[in-house]
Design a protein around this ligand. Structure first.
Ligand SMILES: NC(=O)c1ccc[n+]([C@@H]2O[C@H](COP(=O)([O-])OP(=O)(O)OC[C@H]3O[C@@H](n4cnc5c(N)ncnc54)[C@H](OP(=O)(O)O)[C@@H]3O)[C@@H](O)[C@H]2O)c1
Length: 434
């Protein structure tokens, strides 16, 4: 444990007034890794611009696991410590949480909010698990709790919609919420194997050394719970969502999708009515003409089915500097604005389930004539729309059918024809309610 120096005088942060001197905001960083370091760096690099807007953002202290004098990002800090007591003893105007995960982040954020210090976080795991409770604590203490950077960090839409409750009244959404998965599927579409595409994503710093959260779909599912809260006024338990990862997708699948006029994308999809929340997070077939069909590489996108029609937002989902910019904008918005947490209205506990009806993109492996397989599917009420044969596999796009009928059809061809079949959701390019 190490406190480098004591901090200078205490000043109270208030909303900047036109013509007033810049408001000096002392920022305490929880975590000084990729994001925390970028927050410190960008705050200093953008100081001139921020000053013209009335803000003097001053990262003064950081809490880390292992304090080390060798950290470049710590050079300008007055305090670097691994002891929360030392961190909270500093005079701080706002806290930025960039540790990640649930604990100790949750306990530290709770402590900050109950002490009357506003908090900005980029931690979707924390917000997915405890966002509702933390927002309540923030409101009870009259301070802000914001997390724009937790979902598509490079596209500032959460805060915008949170301030516009009528625009945010949505019926559903379809999104690419994980840039790592999107980059990997884009690479596979260009001919890479899954392991090679994953290795490339790790080399480019897009995927963590342990990429499980990204490729399992869990990261996107956590973001979907945030979005359900904002756009559906629903509390969704991430563990109750239907989640499939991208590890099972191979280059032949991507070529077949192309032959059938589409692409496979890592999709988070939800539509809701009352408490019913029809949703999945999984690789899904989109027609090439779908608005998300051309969003490739690390780019994220979200298509919101709101009162005025469909709205598309797309841009970078992560990256330290992009994330830091979203965090610092949140810091500026939080200051002096006790109501700057996301919406406070009553929320219903959602009942997540798979959509009743969906079209499907089905991969069938086995030595059985297409006509015979087609009949077996039809006997279960699953009707083929288009099909293609590729590298000894049969790929089928079906008309809408329930998950139960598709499961029954897959079981039938597995038993009667000794085929192996795997079904992916297929979304229409028009109105995305399945
Ligand atoms: N990276 C991105 O592009 C990105 C984008 C959007 C959102 N996010 C979110 O931002 C958060 C941080 O991500 P990151 O990439 O910056 O992570 P990171 O590089 O692993 O940094 C984590 C930081 O937290 C500190 N830490 C970890 N456990 C701690 C503990 N028990 N007590 C005190 N400090 C602890 C670490 O200390 P040491 O340095 O001593 O290990 C490190 O400084 C995550 O929630 C992530 O999902 C990241």
């Amino acid at each position: 444990m190490r406190a480098l120096t004591a901090l200078a005088e205490t000043r109270t942060a208030t909303r900047p007034r036109a013509g007033a001197l810049p408001v000096h905001l002392r920022i305490g960083l929880l975590g000084l890794g990729n994001v925390g370091s970028a927050v410190a760096r960008v705050a200093r690099a953008a100081s001139d611009l921020l000053e013209t807007r009335g803000f003097d953002l001053d990262p003064v202290a950081a809490l880390v696991r292992t304090p080390s004098p060798a950290r470049a990002a710590a050079a300008s800090l007055a305090c670097l410590t691994d002891d929360p007591e030392v961190l909270f003893a500093q005079p701080l105007d706002v806290i930025v949480e960039a540790i990640g995960g649930v604990e100790p982040a949750q306990a530290l954020v709770r402590r900050a909010l109950t002490s009357g210090i506003p908090v900005v976080t980029a931690n979707k795991t924390l917000v997915a698990a405890h966002g509702e409770a933390l927002t309540g604590i923030a409101r009870a203490n009259g301070v802000g709790f914001r997390y724009e950077a937790a979902c598509i960090a490079g596209v500032p839409f959460l805060g915008t919609f949170a301030r516009r409750p009528l625009a945010a009244r949505a019926r559903g959404l379809t999104a690419i919420l994980n840039g790592t998965s999107n980059a990997i599927l884009s690479d596979i579409a260009a001919g890479s194997s899954f392991p090679a595409a994953l290795e490339r994503a790790q080399r480019l710093g897009l995927a963590e050394p342990d990429p499980t959260m990204d490729i399992s779909g869990r990261d996107a599912a956590e973001k979907l719970t945030l979005l359900a809260r904002l756009f559906g006024s629903l509390c969704v338990r991430c563990d109750e969502l239907h989640i499939s990862g991208i590890a099972d997708v191979d280059p032949i699948d991507l070529r077949a999708a192309q032959e059938l006029g589409g692409v496979l994308k890592p999709i988070a999809h939800a539509s809701w009515s009352g408490r019913l929340f029809d949703a999945f997070v999984a690789p899904a077939f989109l027609p090439q003409a779908h608005p998300l069909g051309s969003i490739s590489g690390r780019t994220n996108g979200i298509l919101i089915d709101s009162v005025g029609g469909r709205q598309l937002f797309a841009g970078p989902g992560a990256g330290p500097d992009v994330t830091a910019a979203a965090i610092l904008d949140d810091v500026c918005e939080t200051v002096g604005s006790p109501e700057s947490s996301y919406a406070a209205e009553e929320r219903l506990a959602a009942i997540p389930r798979l959509p009743d009806m969906s079209a499907w993109f089905i991969r069938i492996t086995g030595d059985v004539p297409a006509a015979e397989t087609c009949e077996l599917f039809a006997a279960q009420g699953v009707w083929w729309n288009h099909s293609a044969e590729l590298s000894g596999r049969l790929y089928v796009l079906t008309f809408p059918a329930s998950p139960a009928r598709v499961d029954a059809a897959i079981a039938t061809v597995g038993g009667a024809a000794r085929c192996t079949a795997t079904a992916f959701h297929a979304l229409p390019d028009e109105a995305f309610a399945c």
